[in-house]
Design a binder for this molecule. Structure first.
Ligand code: 6DK
Ligand code: ZN
Length: 369
């Protein structure tokens, strides 16, 4: 198996400001801090573990590239792109669109490189340069909507890559699987009426955006049945995630038979994450990766692209990324050094209320054709 890998040092320069989660504000008690929760050091550390562990020697480096305005506007409005360009030129930068997603000067260059890198990895996989690939990009993209950024996201990297695959690479049927712990609202909205793109989001029930990602949101018009939300209750561990993967994600992908699978790969379902309440370990991410690999092998000639989204434990995200990319490449170079702690805390058996939610969603799989 040849696995592509992409990281650029400039992704580590994305400046999320001095706030904790909200921008620093003495009137509201938001104290400044050295590291915002979405500080890129978490992803930089993941890249470093991939290098230091020796995994990088088993991977094919794919060169990043900048998305053009034409490529960005396959998803976003020209007004959104222009606003990001404008605010990005300001000495102190601007905000992606919701007031909690600050960015520093030059963020446009970084975000356009992130979107272009999702495209570059998709091109490499479709061309057969590599069998599958991981684009470790920053900032994340899966909350971004056509007209605005949201939740730390500026451009919807995964949606831009999917549109590019359809417009330029001759791919028709695409599945987007989003396992970030927050709802993949961006792709859901962008492809809501489009039956050629199946969107599946596995997330924590009503975590972010507020009240988004319910079971009942199943696509509209011609796209009805082609959006699947799996809103997991709080406290799901590897057992619940494995059940969701095997009972919904795998069968839905088998029914849809995509020619390409793109994953919005967030590591924030992990048990040490400060922005969610799930308990997943590297074992869970390995199961998710195996599930999409098996599906890609069935219908897509193995074509599988993973694009980085969130993940906020600087301690554990590197191990999650390492295990995921090891699985993609079919090699094992280093054990998860934290598994004895993280996996030993309990919470990994499938609970009845977790099974009940997954079974409710599984009943929709038969509607996918
Ligand atoms: N909640 C992401 O990981 C981003 O999905 C997650 C962003 C979570 C923000 C948490 C937050 C609010 C704010 C206001 C009102 C209600 C809830 F996109 C990714 F980076 F991947 O601020
Ligand atoms: Zn997230």
């Amino acid at each position: 198996m040849t696995t592509g890998y992409l990281w650029d040092e400039i992704f580590g320069w994305h400046d999320t400001g001095s706030g904790t989660l909200f921008p620093a504000d003495p009137d509201l008690g938001h104290q400044p801090i050295s590291h915002h929760v979405a500080h890129p050091d978490t992803k930089r550390r993941m890249h470093e573990l991939i290098c230091v562990s020796g995994l990088v020697d088993h991977l094919t480096r794919i060169a990043p590239r900048t998305a053009s305005v034409e490529e960005l506007t396959r998803v976003h409005t020209p007004e959104h792109v222009e606003r990001i360009v404008r605010e990005s030129a300001q000495p102190k930068g601007g905000d992606a669109g919701d007031g909690i997603s600050p960015f520093g000067k030059g963020a446009y260059r970084i975000a356009a490189l992130g979107a272009g890198s999702a495209i570059a990895m998709t091109e490499a996989v479709v061309a057969g340069t590599v069998d599958n690939g991981y684009a470790l990009v920053n900032p994340a993209g899966h909350h971004a909507l056509p007209e605005t950024g949201l939740g730390f996201c500026i451009f919807n990297n995964v949606a831009i890559a999917a549109k590019h695959a359809q417009a330029v690479l001759g791919i028709e049927r695409i599945a987007i699987v989003d396992w970030d712990v927050h709802h993949g609202n961006g792709a859901q909205a962008i492809f809501a009426e489009d039956p050629s793109v199946l969107t599946i989001s596995l997330h924590q029930d009503r975590c972010f955006p507020p009240n988004s990602g319910l079971v009942e949101e199943r696509g509209t018009a011609a796209g009805e049945h082609y959006n699947v939300n799996i809103p997991m209750p709080v406290g799901c561990g590897d057992g619940a995630y494995q059940y969701a993967a095997r009972t919904v994600i795998g069968p839905a992908l088998e029914a849809f038979a995509p020619e390409l699978i793109i994953v919005a790969s967030g590591f924030d379902p992990n048990a040490m994450d400060p922005l969610a309440r799930q308990l997943v370990t590297t074992r869970g991410f390995i199961t998710l990766t195996e599930t999409v690999m098996e599906a890609a092998a069935r219908s897509a000639g193995g074509r599988l692209v993973l694009v980085q989204e969130g993940g906020y434990s600087p301690v554990y995200v590197p191990f999650c990324g390492l295990a995921t990319i090891e699985t993609l490449a079919g090699v094992h170079v280093m054990d998860d050094g934290l598994l004895p702690v993280v996996g030993g805390m309990g919470g990994h058996d499938l609970e009845p209320h977790q099974k009940e939610l997954v079974d409710r969603v599984a009943a929709f799989v038969g509607d996918i054709a």
